[in-house]
Ligand binder design. Structure first.
Ligand SMILES: C[S@@+](CC[C@H](N)C(=O)[O-])C[C@H]1O[C@@H](n2cnc3c(N)ncnc32)[C@H](O)[C@@H]1O
Length: 258
């Protein structure tokens, strides 16, 4: 099992931060995964929405699926993006909430937040803020948000049950989680889960689908919608080999708090 016992947390955090600093600063470099506008459109983002947000945020988009279609109207909502990266989903969320809503992006990687905030300042968007922090111990009061979103992030967390408990704590009663993430058909072997580079590339930390969904429901969230993101694929040979062998795949989910 890919648990806290097997992976060195400090080493993993260092590798994740280094990888996503590169994603922010050098989005056209070589990665295990695809990024950018072509990926976003293939996953289902509406070109008309993408046309309205900063192109550099889209260049550094490293999400794994589209999930905004799983939400009802979120006009005026308070939205938290866990692992907001260079901010593409915060800009999309801001389009959907309109100026009466607020959007907060939480991320531990300084260059990702710095890029997102610099891009925001070049726009007339006033309802997005970026906060430094960890998704398993977020610096917000209980029930602060109507909607939590997250894209390609929770697979990177060592303690996923704690992340889902944190989401349940942050949502108001009736609040909604909408997210995309990497899961697997079968449990990954230790040769992959102990490899912090593959973990940082969104593969090594992926949980088997049933275990992942059980953790969501155990936190007090009820899964109400699910879609598989067949359009998502990894790029490197190493990553593609693991994908074929263990059924590593992307899924979008919505889960509601009672
Ligand atoms: C694969 S990227 C996705 C970024 C963004 N959601 C997107 O779609 O482009 C993962 C992001 O999650 C952040 N991250 C990973 N683990 C985190 C944690 N435990 N706490 C806060 N941020 C984290 C990384 O810094 C990185 O920016």
């Amino acid at each position: 099992m890919n648990t806290a016992a097997q992976v060195d947390r400090a080493e993993l955090e260092g590798k994740v931060k280094a990888m996503y600093r590169e994603v922010a600063e050098n989005p056209h470099g070589e990665f295990h995964f695809e990024m950018g506008r072509r990926l976003a459109e293939r996953l289902g983002y509406r070109p008309a929405d993408l046309d309205r947000i900063p192109a550099e945020a889209i260049d550094s988009f490293a999400g794994v699926g589209y999930y905004f279609n799983l939400l009802d109207d979120i006009e005026g909502a308070r939205v938290l993006d866990l692992g907001s990266g260079s901010g593409m989903d915060t800009f999309v969320a801001s389009l959907l909430t309109g100026p009466r809503g607020i959007v907060v992006g939480l991320d531990m990687t300084d260059s990702q937040r710095a890029k997102a905030e610099a891009l925001r300042q070049r726009t007339d968007v006033r309802n997005i803020t970026y906060v430094r922090g960890y998704i398993d111990a977020a610096p917000f009061e209980d029930g602060s948000f109507d909607v939590v979103i997250s894209n390609g992030v929770i697979n990177l967390a060592v303690d996923k049950p704690q992340v889902f408990r944190e989401i349940a704590r942050l949502l108001r009663p009736g609040g909604k989680l909408a997210m995309a993430d990497i899961i697997t058909d079968v449990q990954l072997p230790e040769s992959i889960t102990c490899n912090t580079t593959l973990w940082a590339a969104c593969i090594g930390g992926a949980w088997q689908a049933g275990r992942y969904k059980d953790a969501i429901e155990a936190a007090g969230l009820r899964i109400v919608a699910e879609q598989s993101n067949e359009q998502y694929r990894f790029l490197s040979d190493n990553a593609q080999g693991a994908t074929r062998k263990f059924g590593v795949k992307s899924v979008s989910l919505r889960a509601d708090k009672a």
